[in-house]
Design a protein around this ligand. Structure first.
Ligand SMILES: Cc1ncc(COP(=O)(O)O)c(C=O)c1O
Length: 379
């Protein structure tokens, strides 16, 4: 679960502080009333610093962050955006909301974008690609970046499930042109709902900032009502209470990651004794945020049997297979007409997901819990 496991006094104090020092929940303006409290701006500054990015823009959700990032890249009607068949449905919804056509590519054994399948789906309408760092594990960014350079395609990293993860020394979300994070309740850190866009490109940052606030250009020399506008936008703003929570939770991020990595390693080492499992490929093992432990069994029958045995022992799975309907394009019948190709043709991804099991890793796992999971998988 990550940051939500650690919610306590500090988060409470941060919320009370906003209320007691003026009670301004809006991120902009009200300068006389707020006694110098600008929590969202502070969170953005600290987040950018943590990630090693020049700019960060907070949003009301991770879904909003992806939508805003697409707008900043100038994606719209007639454009195609490639993403992967295994992701949360929000990645694809954001592309649809932007007016572009989502083109879905297969994943490989890393369960992230398969670079060769991505390359095969590029057309002269492809404007961007969204590699998703699923369940804390970075995608094959070297290969993906090379393909995008060859074809002049923008890279928007969906790091909503991988806040703080890394790839060869860089944080996921900071490698492409623009990156996104989610702070919903089940993410690595949480503000209840919330998201962030990061970039090193000032123009992208400005366009994201305008778009997320009805086109406001945030001039400091005029009151908000007289602010200038060039682009249309919408409201995807984060509020001050979320900002206050974000600052506290960001301070917990390294601890969350270190505990998850430690607990994951122990379980992974423990289940090696079971000879018939193949672990998910990790393009950079050190960068893995430790959110889940995923492995493949020989076929769907075997993974189904193990899932049943785990459930009987009170051990749940995370997404695979418990919430696959929301994370695999082959099951998105409700948006069949809006994505290409028909999800059911993404058989490579379907075959991998069908025989995968994902064990959720928590920050607070007792030795008994860890041993119970190991025993249930090995026996
Ligand atoms: C890969 C991915 N992208 C985007 C989102 C959207 O984030 P949010 O729930 O904050 O809107 C999620 C949330 O689960 C996600 O997993």
């Amino acid at each position: 679960m990550g940051g939500s496991e650690l919610i306590g006094k500090e988060e409470g104090n941060a919320l009370v502080e906003v209320i007691e020092r003026g009670g301004v929940f809006f991120r902009y303006g009200f300068d006389e009333k707020r006694h110098g409290v600008y929590k969202v701006a502070e969170f953005e500054k600290e987040f950018a610093q943590y990630m090693g990015a020049k700019y960060a823009l907070a949003t009301c959700s991770g879904s909003a962050a992806v939508r805003v990032a697409l707008a900043a890249l100038g994606i719209g009607q007639r454009d195609e955006v490639i993403t992967q068949a295994f992701t949360f449905v929000a990645t694809v919804e954001a592309i649809i909301e932007s007016g572009a056509t989502p083109v879905i590519a297969e994943v490989d054994k890393s369960l992230n974008l398969d670079p060769e399948d991505f390359r095969a789906r590029i057309t002269n309408r492809t404007k961007a690609v969204i590699p998703v760092h699923m369940l804390g594990v970075p995608a094959r960014m070297d290969e993906i970046m090379k393909i995008t350079r060859d074809h002049s395609i923008a890279v928007l990293e969906d790091s909503c499930q991988a806040c703080g993860s890394g790839y060869k020394g860089e944080k996921t979300g900071t490698i492409g042109a623009i990156g996104c994070y989610s702070f919903d309740y089940v993410k690595t850190i949480t503000t209840g709902e919330g998201g962030m866009v990061v970039t090193n490109d000032e123009d992208l940052y400005k366009r994201a900032s305008y778009f997320h606030d009805h086109g406001h250009e945030h001039r400091t020399d005029v009151p908000r009502g007289k602010d200038s506008h060039t682009y249309t936008g919408f409201n995807y703003r984060m509020n001050e209470l979320q900002g206050a929570l974000g600052i506290v939770q960001l301070g917990r991020l390294d601890y969350v990651l270190s505990q998850q990595r430690k607990n994951k390693k122990q379980i992974k080492d423990g289940i090696l004794a079971r000879g018939d499992i193949e672990f998910r490929d990790l393009p950079d093992e050190e960068g893995d945020g430790g959110d889940t432990l995923i492995f493949f069994l020989e076929n769907n029958e075997k993974s189904g049997e193990l899932e049943k045995a785990l459930t009987e022992k009170g051990i749940g799975t995370k997404i695979l297979p418990s919430a696959l309907d929301w994370h695999y394009a082959g099951r998105w019948h409700h948006m069949k007409e809006r994505i290409t190709p028909d999800g059911e043709t993404l058989v490579k991804t379907g075959e991998l997901l069908d025989r995968a099991i994902a064990i959720p890793i928590s920050v607070k796992m007792s030795q008994e819990e860890i041993q119970k999971i190991i025993d249930a998988i090995v026996s």
